[in-house]
Design a binder for this molecule. Structure first.
Ligand SMILES: O=P(O)(O)OC[C@H]1O[C@](O)(COP(=O)(O)O)[C@@H](O)[C@@H]1O
Ligand SMILES: [Mn+2]
Ligand SMILES: [Mn+2]
Length: 330
C-alpha cells in the first residue's frame, strides 16, 4: 500500500471525531454514533481505493452504513480490507468521559482477521515486552515477565482493565501481584495501543472486550512492534455460530499477532474525541476545532501524531451538523 494513503486515513478518522465530538456529554449515544458513521462513510468515498468493510457497524441488515461487506472508496485500485470503529467508546462520548476515539485499520485483502461481533479475551503490551506474554499463563507470571522486560518493579507497572463484573477475579489477581490498575468504563482500543507508545503511562492492557476492537488494536501494535494475544470469548451458541460463519471453526484457538493481522502491510489511524492515554480531545474554538490524530504504517513502523486545526467557515460540512439549533452563535 502506498504511503500517501496515511494522510487520507487521518482525514477519515478526523471527520468521524469532529462529527461525534458535537455530541459529547449530550447523553445521546445513538446520535453520536450516527454522526461518526456518516462522517467516516462520506470521506471514504473521496479516497482512491477499493475497500471492503471486514470489521464495521454490523451485518448488512442491522447497519445502514459501514456494514460488513460494504464497498467503500472510489472503486479504483488498490483492493483493501477495511476495519472501522467510527465511535469507539460510545458511552464515554455520550457521558463526556475519557477514552472515546474514532479508529480504523486497513490492510491488503485478507490481511485482517474477520472478527465476529462478540467478546475476546486479550492481553496487550508494547515492543519492549514483545514475546514475554502468554494469555494462558497466570496473570502474576505475565506481570513479572513484563516488569522484567521493561526494567521496572511490578509495583510500578500500570495495567488497564475494563471495570466489569467479569473481571473481578482478574482485578484481584493483579492487585495481589502488586501492580497498579487503571479501571476504565469504556474503550479498550486506546489503552491497548498506548502500551506501544513510550511515555503513555500504560504498560499492559488485559481482559475481555470486543473482538473487533481486538483486531483494531492489534493492527496498531503490529505497526508499533508490540504484541497482543487474544482468544474469542463466546457467551452462547449463537456466538459460536457467528464465529463459524466468518471462517473461525475453532473458537478456543489462541489468536496470535499473525492470526489477528497477517502482515506488516497495514495502516492504522485514530483521532481522539475525548481525552485519553493516546490522544487529546477535539477542542472547539472560535474558528472551528482542533483534532489530535495518530497514523501508523506497519511496513516502515513510522508513527505520526498530527495536530490539525479545522476551519468551519471553509469546511461547512463540519459546522454544527445535526446539533441543536440554539447552539449556533447569534
Ligand atoms: O461494554 P462491554 O459489553 O463490556 O464491551 C466492551 C467493548 O465495548 C467498548 O467499550 C465500546 O465500544 P463501542 O463504543 O464501539 O460500542 C469497547 O472498547 C470494548 O471492547
Ligand atoms: Mn468499539
Ligand atoms: Mn463503536
Amino acid at each position: 500500500m502506498e504511503r500517501e494513503l496515511t494522510m487520507e486515513f487521518a482525514r477519515v478518522t478526523e471527520a468521524a471525531a469532529l462529527a461525534s465530538a458535537r455530541w459529547v456529554g449530550r447523553g445521546e449515544k445513538e446520535s453520536a454514533d450516527d454522526a461518526a458513521v456518516e462522517a467516516m462513510r462520506s470521506v471514504f468515498d473521496t479516497i482512491h481505493m477499493s475497500g471492503t468493510v471486514v470489521i464495521g457497524e454490523g451485518e448488512m441488515d442491522e447497519a445502514p452504513m459501514l456494514y460488513i461487506g460494504e464497498r467503500v472508496g472510489s472503486g479504483e485500485a488498490p483492493e483493501l480490507d477495511v476495519a472501522v470503529d467510527p465511535l469507539e467508546g460510545t458511552n464515554s462520548c455520550a457521558k463526556g468521559l475519557a477514552g472515546a476515539i474514532a479508529v480504523m485499520a486497513i490492510a491488503e485483502k485478507g490481511g485482517l482477521l474477520h472478527a465476529p461481533d462478540m467478546y475476546m479475551d486479550k492481553i496487550a503490551v508494547g515492543p519492549a515486552a514483545k514475546g514475554k506474554i502468554n494469555i494462558d499463563a497466570p496473570v502474576k507470571e505475565n506481570l513479572s515477565n513484563v516488569a522484567e522486560a521493561l526494567g521496572k518493579n511490578i509495583n510500578d507497572l500500570t495495567v488497564v482493565i475494563m471495570d466489569r463484573p467479569r473481571h473481578e477475579k482478574l482485578i484481584q489477581e493483579v492487585r495481589d501481584a502488586g501492580a497498579r490498575i487503571r479501571l476504565i468504563t469504556d474503550g479498550d482500543v486506546s489503552p491497548a495501543v498506548a502500551c506501544g507508545i513510550e511515555g503513555s503511562g500504560v504498560d499492559m492492557m488485559i481482559g475481555v472486550g470486543g473482538a473487533p476492537e481486538g483486531v483494531l488494536a492489534a493492527a496498531a501494535l503490529r505497526c508499533l512492534g508490540g504484541e497482543m494475544q487474544g482468544r474469542l470469548w463466546p457467551e452462547n451458541d449463537a456466538d459460536i455460530e457467528r464465529a463459524k460463519k466468518l471462517g473461525i471453526d475453532d473458537v478456543s484457538k489462541l489468536l496470535t499477532m499473525e492470526d489477528l493481522v497477517k502482515s506488516d502491510d497495514v495502516f492504522f489511524a485514530a483521532t481522539g474525541i475525548t481525552e485519553g492515554p493516546l490522544l487529546r480531545a477535539v477542542n472547539f474554538t472560535s474558528q472551528g476545532a482542533s483534532t489530535h490524530t495518530v497514523v501508523m504504517r506497519g511496513r516502515t513502523g513510522t508513527v505520526r501524531f498530527i495536530e490539525a486545526q479545522h476551519r468551519f467557515d471553509k469546511k461547512p460540512q463540519y459546522a454544527m451538523k445535526g446539533v441543536l439549533k440554539e447552539n449556533t452563535r447569534a
